[in-house]
Design a protein. Structure first.
Ligand code: SF4
Length: 309
């Protein structure tokens, strides 16, 4: 294992110093005029029962499901699964979302901090190799708040932050030394496309800044002798029909401005879901040729740590 990669997650030290609780309190206070993610709506999520927020989420995080996930990358799922906690709602809401019922329709229920902590401990008891927060960008304060009781009750697993990369810089800084593995999905390059498909014209700018900050905090992905990810950056990229994801540009950015050693999962599983049938350019699955081209562009850019599945 890399010498930079300690045996214990960084949040234990932060908790010992009282810094984890201080950050959680500041983050929860910020919900009164929310700028937790890049939307910066300014909604009062602390006091209003139905805040006027893009993410449709109030004081407490909503959780859709919590289970050992055996479908994640090998270095996350290991042999006992990745301990995923799927948050409901989303700060992006792509029109083609493959989890439409969770991100758009908000399937799930609100959980208070002790209950969220209990979910993490349950996943640890199941033998999971990490805690994998899925779609966490709009509930970072709630995650920090729940981590305090989770650590007191024995949580010791690495934390995975599994995000659409539409994250604010300040919020990512709250997560410095808390998150062990950042897993952003870099979705689009062209502002016109991100505007049309995710109502986020500045997605590229936000995602580039976010990925730079994630890499600054954790570096390239470190995988231990058992094949498990311990710390670092793992980028996902969903190949889309008709080059709508801007794969070649995303790969060049990663290779030239982040690191040629960036671990990348070029994902071929796109299929039309959600409202995708309303958008002709994405209303079909990707072809084998499009997937091959995406992998070739990654390699041409100089990336070599491509997920083999
Ligand atoms: S987290 Fe939600 S309320 Fe806060 S800025 Fe983002 S979308 Fe708006």
């Amino acid at each position: 294992m890399n010498a930079m990669c300690s045996e214990y997650p960084g949040y234990l030290k932060l908790h010992e110093d009282g810094e984890l609780a201080r950050r959680a309190a500041r983050a929860v206070d910020s919900l009164t005029e929310c700028a937790v993610c890049a939307r910066a709506c300014g909604a009062d999520r602390l006091h209003e029962e139905h805040p006027n927020s893009y993410c449709r989420t109030g004081r407490y995080a909503r959780v859709s499901s919590c289970f050992p996930h055996r479908g994640e990358e090998d270095c996350l799922r290991g042999w006992n699964g990745s301990g995923t906690i799927f948050f409901s709602q989303c700060n992006l809401r792509c029109v083609f979302c493959q989890n439409f019922d969770i991100s758009w329709q908000g399937e799930g229920r609100p959980v208070e901090p002790d209950r969220l902590a209990g979910m993490m401990l349950h996943l640890q008891d199941c033998g999971c190799h990490n805690i994998n927060f899925v779609t966490p960008s709009h509930v970072v304060p709630q995650i920090l708040e729940a981590l305090c009781p989770a650590v007191e009750r024995g949580l010791r697993l690495p934390i995975v932050y599994n995000t659409g990369a539409y994250d604010s810089l300040e919020t990512l800084q709250w997560l410095d030394s808390v998150v062990d593995i950042y897993m952003p999905d870099f979705k689009f390059w062209d502002p016109e496309v991100s505007k049309q498909l995710a109502n986020a014209e500045n997605y590229r700018e936000v995602a580039c800044r976010a990925v730079r900050e994630m890499h600054r905090q954790v570096g390239d992905l470190v995988i231990d002798d058992d094949g498990l990810a311990r710390r670092g950056l793992l980028v996902r990229h969903l190949v889309m029909p008709n080059r709508q994801a801007g794969t070649a540009d995303v790969m060049r950015f990663l290779a030239e401005e982040i690191s040629r050693d960036t671990y990348v999962n070029v994902m071929p599983q796109y299929h039309p879901a959600g409202h995708a049938e309303q958008y002709e350019m994405i209303n079909r699955p990707v072809t084998l040729d499009e997937c091959r081209e995406a992998v070739a562009t990654a390699m041409e850019a100089g990336l070599w740590r491509l997920d083999r599945r």
